[in-house]
Ligand binder design. Structure first.
Ligand SMILES: NC(=O)c1ccc[n+]([C@@H]2O[C@H](COP(=O)([O-])OP(=O)(O)OC[C@H]3O[C@@H](n4cnc5c(N)ncnc54)[C@H](OP(=O)(O)O)[C@@H]3O)[C@@H](O)[C@H]2O)c1
Length: 229
């Protein structure tokens, strides 16, 4: 049974990907702070605050003990969209650590076993990785940094048979917006669902060995946003 590690498996996009992989027959190790109530014999939860590099150190041995690792999905992340001077240094450090440092450290740790299986790394970035938006400077820095990391890493590891896929989703209906002043639009054609991203990854994993999609942007057909009071 091939094994996958999925960060952010407790909610939203990461959870939808973890459930899709379980359905595809993978054994899945999900990393997040809370469990996320996935009940499946092939699902194993590793509790870790990936916003702390020290916490990541404590699960290193567990991660290196995972056998048949074929897939690493970096989905854990959060966003804050405010004037840059209003962000606290703590939020800045936490976002850079979770959205950018943690995926880079996990890749560093797991690249050798992934090379052995000619595996795949999937980084969930954002539409903000490929455009410039007001109040998104910090989030954009983390996501465009992760995008650049993945695209450059592919050039390094392609001869080892390792795939690196960057997914740039537009606004997706998840808990991501719970603490924000805006959310996704009302109608279905103005937003993505987490299942759309999981289904796209399911399709990508079916491609024949030797073909690599390195980057993909998912957008709803129409623009939509809702403002909260
Ligand atoms: N929703 C969107 O519109 C959208 C669009 C483009 C890209 N994205 C990206 O997609 C990814 C998933 O977001 P989502 O929309 O699925 O949001 P979500 O529903 O809020 O899920 C976020 C996930 O990240 C985990 N996480 C947050 N802080 C963590 C920490 N310190 N340590 C470990 N895990 C942590 C959460 O688990 P715990 O809270 O249990 O730790 C949860 O599983 C993020 O990287 C986000 O930037 C989202």
């Amino acid at each position: 049974m091939a094994t996958a590690i999925v960060t952010g498996s407790s909610s939203g996009i990461g959870k939808a990907i973890a459930l899709m992989l379980l359905d595809e027959g993978y054994s899945v190790f999900g990393i997040s702070r809370s469990h996320g109530k996935i009940s499946h014999p092939a699902f194993h939860h590793i509790a870790c605050d990936l916003g702390s590099t020290r916490a990541l150190e404590t699960i290193k041995t567990d991660l290196l003990g995972i056998t048949d690792l074929a897939l690493l999905v970096n989905a854990a992340g959060f966003g804050r969209f405010e004037p840059h001077e209003e962000l606290s240094p703590m939020v800045i450090i936490d976002m850079i650590t979770l959205n950018l440092t943690a995926p880079i450290l996990l890749t560093n740790l797991l690249l050798r076993p992934l090379k052995e299986k000619q595996g795949t790394i999937i980084n969930i970035t954002s539409i903000e990785a490929i455009r410039s938006s007001k109040f998104s400077a910090l989030y954009t820095a983390t996501k465009s940094g992760l995008r650049a990391f993945g695209n450059s890493l592919f050039e390094e590891v392609r001869t080892s048979g390792v795939g690196v896929i960057t997914i740039n989703p537009d606004m997706t209906e998840t808990a991501f917006f719970d603490d924000l002043r805006f959310g996704v639009g009302e109608s279905e054609d103005t937003k993505l669902f987490a299942s759309d991203i999981a289904q796209t990854i399911r399709n990508l994993l079916c491609l024949r060995k030797g073909v690599s999609v390195t980057e993909l942007t998912l957008r709803p057909q129409r623009f939509g946003i809702s403002k909260k009071r």
